[in-house]
Design a protein around this ligand. Structure first.
Ligand code: ATP
Ligand code: MG
Ligand code: MG
Ligand code: MG
Length: 446
């Protein structure tokens, strides 16, 4: 029930088209061939415009952008709305409109197009920072008050939450984030519970960034010649709200894949429900990210962004074992995922799904034997007296059998065991030393 993800996308883009925004095509998730990283936000392909280095095709832009955040991979499964790969809707002003206009449009869209209840919304604003010589973002507060936003739900937060940067020198500025309240049942019960609280009652759906400063290498800021606006809204998160599913992993985009998984693992009653839910989230998230990445030309492999995709496949394969699925299954989730994405994928991409299936099946097959023997090995592993597992064991497992150490650590953690990482590091160095020596010997002989 509610709006489908495709409908939400169409409504968002047409709202901004009607307000003179030019709709841009989504950029590829990664540059095929030589890529070392993925697109992490909708603004990334637009940076030359935002920096004033290139003239934009129009001063107002809107787009849907696929993103993949390697940093978020390990978080997947720990809550109801964190993905590794996801879709970001966005609208931008390149030196055109300001804070008040973007705030007004954002609230108009949420209330009058998406029909959200104002009572569920909270916003954050930048509280200021002496190191930046900036005080409270009064203009943003005034912007929210102007459109009738209740003052008690405008929360000032510090630099970590509400001052956006590219991660280094470059365009930067305060931001204002919009949160949805899931209700007291999801909260910690504290009277202080509000956006920013770690309990997860409030989750962020939309970030409005006011890109108005140039952050210099010495950490100081100077005003940019042109003030820009950069916004990003997570499609899966707004769909979770509008479809009322309580989890972004239960929205239309993942339903068919979930049904397929339930067919494969019907006998999982013996499994703890939280553990089952966690496995399900990791599998669908990772396989969708893999689908998007392989469609963008990044196949699983050894180095750089390829190794990220390999890691996603292996982590998903391992979660399958937790659900009690012993056969190969990952590639069979790709078609249900692709079909549920409908027009979010191009016709040409839909046609390439069988190719992606072959690539994933091959990768899964390669890893299956290693997974089985590695899991058996880890199950038998005895901790030392201090409850830690010798790092050397993990090193041997990864160097000799090809079972990734981080995955092994994850498995051990679930048994309540930890890893002696300094011992692991010693093994890595010892291995390096020995292979260097033997290489030198070989060289001298030759
Ligand atoms: P979070 O605090 O939840 O990690 P963020 O502050 O890192 O989100 P932004 O960089 O502000 O996110 O991105 C803009 C929007 O993109 C967010 O408001 C959110 O709706 C969406 N988004 C960001 N990261 C994710 C993710 N890992 N999974 C799903 N949606 C995301
Ligand atoms: Mg984040
Ligand atoms: Mg955030
Ligand atoms: Mg944010």
């Amino acid at each position: 029930t509610g709006l489908s993800s495709v409908q939400i996308t169409e409504k968002y883009l047409s709202f901004f088209r009607a307000r003179n925004h030019l709709e841009l095509m989504s950029s590829p998730l990664a540059v095929p061939g030589n890529s070392t990283s993925f697109i992490i936000a909708g603004m990334q392909p637009l940076l030359p415009y935002l920096r004033g280095e290139q003239l934009p095709p129009a001063p107002r832009l809107t787009a849907l952008q696929r993103c993949l955040r390697t940093d978020d991979v390990d978080m997947v499964g720990t809550n109801d709305y964190k993905f590794s790969g996801f879709h970001m809707l966005g609208n931008w002003s390149i030196g055109n409109y300001g804070k008040h206009e973007v705030i007004e449009m954002a609230l108009d869209l949420l209330l009058n197009v998406f029909g959200l209840d104002l009572g569920r919304l909270w916003v954050t604003v930048f509280t200021g920072d002496p190191r930046l010589h900036l005080g409270l973002d009064e203009e943003a507060v005034a912007g929210w008050l102007r459109v009738g936003f209740p003052p008690e739900r405008i929360v000032p937060l510090g630099r970590d939450d509400n001052f956006w940067t590219t991660g280094g020198p470059g365009p930067s500025g305060p931001c204002s984030e919009i949160f949805v309240d899931r209700g007291p049942a999801y909260g910690c019960g504290s009277a202080e519970c509000r956006p920013g609280c770690s309990c997860g009652r409030f989750f962020e759906i939309w970030n409005l960034v006011f890109m108005e400063y140039d952050l210099l290498a010495d950490g100081s800021i100077v005003p940019l010649p042109q003030r820009n606006i950069d916004t990003g809204m997570g499609l899966e998160r707004i769909a979770m709200v509008l479809q009322g599913t309580g989890s972004a992993f239960a929205i239309d985009l993942f339903q068919a894949a979930r049904e397929r998984l339930q067919m494969l693992a019907p006998g999982s009653d013996r499994l703890d429900k939280t553990r089952e839910e966690h496995a399900y989230k990791v599998i669908v998230d990772h396989m969708r990210a893999v689908l998007m990445a392989v469609l963008a030309g990044v196949e699983p492999g050894r180095d750089g962004s390829r190794s990220v995709i390999r890691r996603l496949v292996r982590r998903a394969a391992r979660q399958g074992r937790i659900l009690g699925i012993d056969e190969q299954f990952l590639s069979s989730l790709l078609l249900p995922l692709a079909q549920a994405h409908g027009s979010l994928l191009t016709m040409e991409e839909h046609e390439r799904v069988p190719t992606v299936e072959r690539i994933v099946a091959r990768e899964e097959r390669m890893f299956a034997r290693v997974l089985t023997s590695g899991l058996k090995f880890l199950l038998q592993l005895e901790p030392k007296a201090d409850g830690q597992v010798a790092g050397e064991e993990l090193f041997r497992l990864s160097a000799e059998k090809g079972f990734p150490a981080d995955l092994a650590a994850e498995v051990l953690m679930e048994r309540g065991l930890s890893v002696d990482w300094s011992g692991y590091q010693r093994s890595v160095e010892e291995h390096r030393r020995v292979s260097r020596l033997s290489a030198e010997k070989h060289f001298r002989r030759g």
